[in-house]
Design a protein around this ligand. Structure first.
Ligand code: 7PM
Length: 274
């Protein structure tokens, strides 16, 4: 489990990998039309690479708790022009954050290197797409769907339940011939504060499954609940949680703030290498 290989790229797991978040969802700032927004997204991606991002994760559907799904056409309209440019202009692997097999297929055809599926290969058609393109896939755990997932998350033992989920999806992937898996417990996806904290504290229990671990805590609401701060003021909590995750076995952290996260992880990696 020392590398993740995707086409022309090889990601060493000797150090913590930084996955930079590239949102291409419309927000209050993105009123410049499609071309302008794609241009801004590409510039932001290049900035993150310069700051030390090892992977750029492109997402066109907000998975915010309570959010509605978008259509295949709309999601493709947002992400495909950006993916097409990034595979040409950026020298790190590009991952596509989608749960839709049609979106995954088009983006992988366009040259994306990794699939990040927050539904964890829930759709059998997605398994076929990943097998066809033979790319690494991140299987994330989510209880429920974004629209309703935070209404009343409940577990027996949250770690045991997530491991059972991983074991099932690992088997399905293996049966389809998919070998390169990344596992992600899905912080904030159908989890209460106590579940998120337990996942961070006991993350090492997932390492026995034998796959690289990805963790995404960046600016998430559990940090806001602890420190009573807004999303744009959660950098310190993000870094604290990522230090804990990596000390407990995470290999990849998914972050908005690449420069700060990279510097923090250099220190963590130096200790881990000792
Ligand atoms: C609003 C709320 C918008 C939350 C976006 C989000 C993860 C992910 C996301 C994660 C993996 C965010 C989330 N989170 N993929 N996609 N793991 N693998 O905070 O934790 O970016 S979307």
């Amino acid at each position: 489990m020392n590398n993740i290989t995707c086409k022309n790229h090889r990601l060493s797991l000797d150090k913590t990998l930084i996955m930079g978040i590239l949102n291409v969802t419309p927000d209050s700032f993105s009123d410049g039309g499609l071309y302008v927004n794609a241009e801004k997204a590409v510039m932001h991606a290049k900035e993150m690479v310069a700051e030390g991002a090892d992977i750029i994760d492109v997402g066109g559907e907000s998975s915010r708790p309570g959010s509605d799904p978008v259509s295949v056409e709309e999601e493709l309209r947002r992400v495909l022009p950006v993916i097409e440019r990034l595979v040409q202009e950026v020298n790190v692997p590009i991952s596509i954050d989608t749960t839709k097999w049609q979106v995954a297929a088009k983006c992988l055809e366009a040259g994306a290197h990794i699939l990040n599926d927050i539904s964890g290969l829930a759709d059998d058609k997605m398994i076929d797409v990943v097998a066809k393109y033979n790319v690494p896939v991140c299987i994330m755990h989510m209880q429920g769907i974004p629209k309703v997932m935070q209404q009343n998350p409940a577990y027996g033992d949250v770690i045991t339940d997530i491991i059972t989920f991983f074991e099932e999806r690992i088997q399905k992937a293996k049966n389809a011939g998919i070998s390169q898996l990344i596992l992600d417990p899905g912080i904030g996806f159908g989890k209460k504060l106590e579940h998120n904290l337990t996942i961070l504290k006991r993350l090492n229990e997932f390492t026995t499954l034998g796959y690289p671990l990805l963790v995404g805590t960046s600016r998430k609401s559990f940090i806001g609940k602890i420190s009573n701060v807004q999303a744009d003021d959660r950098l310190e909590g993000t870094i604290a949680s990522n230090v804990i995750a990596v000390m407990n076995g995470a290999n990849i952290i998914r972050v908005h703030d690449v420069k700060e996260s990279k510097r923090a992880m250099e220190v963590v990696d130096a200790v881990l290498a000792t």
